[in-house]
Design a protein around this ligand. Structure first.
Ligand code: CIR
Length: 260
């Protein structure tokens, strides 16, 4: 039987535009290069497509430098999609830009109307529950409103905490299969994954924790050999993508797509 937590037929991505150099970042570690970013983005899209999925590729949005990080704009579930309400003011307008694509895919499209905030990067759907990390971008009111919406579809939300200094909950973890989570030690130490099998990202490779399981593949950032080897040994089919430029904007593998 296929598992809806990592079996997908579609994904939505958005190419970065020239304005990506102005994307948000916690710390300035250099300006992203659009040329190399576009190449890496194309490899990412190709990896998604190689699994047989249809990828809806959206045009860049120059008014929204962070718009390539589409994951933060919506939560896509089998029953319907929920439009998010980003905690970053410069990203609020990205949500409306996502509506046409989602309307084409979903009959039931709901929205977080506020006053709370929530971003998709803080949400991990595991199949048995939906974990939502409170963070600088996601607050209690946002989690509560999401919880109410998805309960109509039979989903249970569990509020957890994104560690201080970490952008999103999924910056530090990924779902590998229905029972298995890849996580940094600092996140798993909070006890939020009790009852799951946890594979810890090796020390010094924390940035590899934001991976995605997409159909037969685990797509992860290149440059983290010990994590790649651990996943390979655990039986996962790993594809590595250059994430050096997205990392300058605190972005990773999950941020670049909506998957459903
Ligand atoms: C931001 O700060 O919002 C972007 N520069 C990075 C967003 C990454 N998204 C994600 O982890 N889901």
């Amino acid at each position: 039987m296929t598992d809806p937590t990592y079996q997908f037929t579609r994904a939505i991505t958005r190419r970065p535009g020239q304005s990506v150099i102005n994307g948000l970042r916690a710390e300035d570690i250099g300006t992203p290069d659009l040329g190399t970013m576009l190449k890496a983005h194309a490899s990412y899209v190709a990896a998604l497509k190689s699994t047989g999925a249809e990828v809806i590729e959206l045009e860049p949005l120059e008014n929204f430098p962070d718009a390539l990080f589409v994951e933060d704009t919506a939560l896509c579930l089998p029953q319907g999609a929920v439009l998010m309400r980003p905690g970053a003011p410069s990203r609020a307008g990205e949500v409306a830009e996502m509506v046409p694509a989602l309307r084409g895919c979903y009959d039931d499209l709901r929205e977080i109307s506020g006053p709370g905030h929530i971003e998709g990067g803080d949400i991990l759907v595991t199949g048995r529950e939906i974990l939502v990390g409170r963070s600088d971008r996601t607050d209690a009111a946002g989690v509560a409103e999401l919880s109410k919406i998805v309960s109509d579809w039979g989903h249970v939300v569990r509020e957890v905490v994104t560690p201080p200094g970490v952008l999103h909950f999924k910056t530090d973890c990924s779902l590998l299969d229905a029972e298995t989570i890849l996580s940094t030690k600092r996140l798993a130490a909070s006890g939020c994954f009790e009852g799951y099998r946890v594979l810890h990202v090796p020390e010094g490779e924390e940035a590899a924790a934001n991976a995605i399981r997409f159909n037969a593949l685990v797509i992860m950032a290149a440059g983290f050999p010990r994590t790649a080897e651990m996943l390979d040994r655990a039986g996962f089919d790993v594809v590595e993508i250059d994430n050096r430029d997205c990392a300058k904007l605190d972005g990773g593998m999950s941020c670049l797509s909506l998957r459903f």
